[in-house]
Design a protein around this ligand. Structure first.
Ligand code: ARG
Length: 393
């Protein structure tokens, strides 16, 4: 092994990993930090990487690519793992993997490395992603190999080797965050009966601190993509960021979930996803206005499968691509506006309109304007119920 590209967060684990890989494998270590929405100081990040012995660091803002190529398809798929989790972390990993492989090719490195633990899903997503681009790359996961068994040992190691680590007190939780949401686990949260302490959430306010008056947001969609907020055109990324702020202020988008990891264990995770909650609600509602029943019902079956693929690290696969084409097929009709009320932890659809709407007031109304042919209903019943006549016991 000569050269390793390490996915670098600037945290204690990956900082120790720089030095550890260098010493254990005698390799040059190049760091790669991708910004998917978490707040980081690039100068400090570079300083930390160098203090740990990195020969070079790539810092790249990938928010646009993340939104366009990962969040957009997941939104169109209405992807939520086990019906709940919006997959923020799971969607970010294949993107990081893709760029690890790209930088490895550019730097002529023979190896990549990451700071995922040996019992999580993220190692699977990153490693399968890297292999999809270049199966010849070796992959090192220091956290599966090294002898450290506690944070204190890592801190001692960092101090001994002059590795710069953050002075700020470490959160009692393990957090992963990007523009599509935050995942919070470990510490006291490992007891599934214990209510999460107030400090566990940081994107959304608790209900006793939300504004008293509700707030309406109107989201404009064009061909499936959200393009405006309350009449103002916005880029996809800035719209997501704005909805995180607004939704967060109203306490929208919290989840407390026990989920089934691919590695066989159940884990408890808290999620905060204000923008994802609002945009899923809006997109589903608008699609519901413009698409027919059979399409909508069958799509739910495929959404379930799609969410599993994403969660299980199977992003770069033929089935995921094929499903994306399915979900994309009718997005041009998903054009229009959805009005949502943010009200004390809730996001509630209160209005919808679309030039492609197939909702017909003339057919739905109970007033004089009714054009539905009630006389045809009798025959419909005769035929629809035919196989079951006399079947009740
Ligand atoms: N459980 C989520 C997933 O598998 C998030 C994983 C990362 N969570 C964390 N708190 N660091 O996608």
């Amino acid at each position: 092994m000569k050269k390793v590209i390490l996915a670098y967060s600037g945290g204690l684990d990956t900082s120790c990993a720089v030095k550890w890989i260098h010493d254990t494998y005698g390799a040059e270590v190049i760091c790669f930090s991708a910004f998917l929405g978490e707040v980081s100081n690039p100068k400090l990040l570079a300083k930390k990487a160098r203090s740990a012995g990195a020969s070079k660091i790539y810092i790249e803002d990938l928010k646009d690519e993340f939104a366009q190529d990962f969040i957009r398809p997941a939104l169109w798929a209405h992807a939520r793992y086990e019906g709940k989790y919006f997959l923020a972390t799971a969607l970010g990993r294949p993107l990081i993997a893709k760029h690890l492989a790209r930088i490895a090719a550019k730097e002529k490195a023979d190896c990549v490395a990451h700071g995922c633990t040996g019992k999580g899903n993220d190692q699977i997503r990153i490693e399968l992603g890297v292999k999809a681009f270049n199966p010849k790359l070796k992959i090192i996961a220091p956290l599966r190999e090294w002898a450290f068994t506690s944070r204190e040992e890592e801190i001692d190691y960092a101090k001994k080797h002059g590795i710069l680590i953050s002075a700020t007190k470490k959160s009692p939780y393990s957090i992963d965050k990007n523009i599509w949401g935050a995942a919070i686990e470990a510490g006291v949260l490992e007891d599934p009966w214990k209510e999460p302490p107030a400090d566990a959430y940081f994107m959304t306010r608790p209900l006793h601190r939300v504004p008293r008056n509700p707030f309406d947001v109107t989201i404009g969609f064009k061909a499936g993509l959200p393009v405006s907020l309350n009449g103002r055109q916005m880029t996809f990324v800035s719209l997501i960021e704005k909805l995180n702020e607004l939704g967060g202020r109203y306490g929208v988008g919290r989840l407390d979930q026990i989920e089934n990891r691919l590695v066989g264990i159940k884990s408890r995770e808290l999620y905060e996803a204000p923008a994802a909650t609002i945009l899923h609600l809006a997109h589903e509602e608008l699609e519901g206005m413009v698409m027919d029943r059979e399409f909508l019902h069958y799509k739910r079956v495929l959404s379930e499968k799609y969410s599993e693929l994403v969660y299980f690290g199977l992003w770069f696969t033929p089935l995921r691509e094929a499903l994306d084409r399915f979900f994309a097929t009718h997005q041009k009709n998903v054009t229009g506006e959805i009005r949502i009320k943010l009200d004390r932890g809730h996001a509630i659809v209160v209005g919808r309109r679309s030039p492609y709407s197939i909702y017909s007031e003339k057919l739905a109304t109970y007033s004089k304007k009714d054009e539905f042919d009630r006389t045809a209903a009798e025959g419909f019943m005769k035929i629809w119920g035919l196989p079951y006549e006399g079947k009740a016991k």
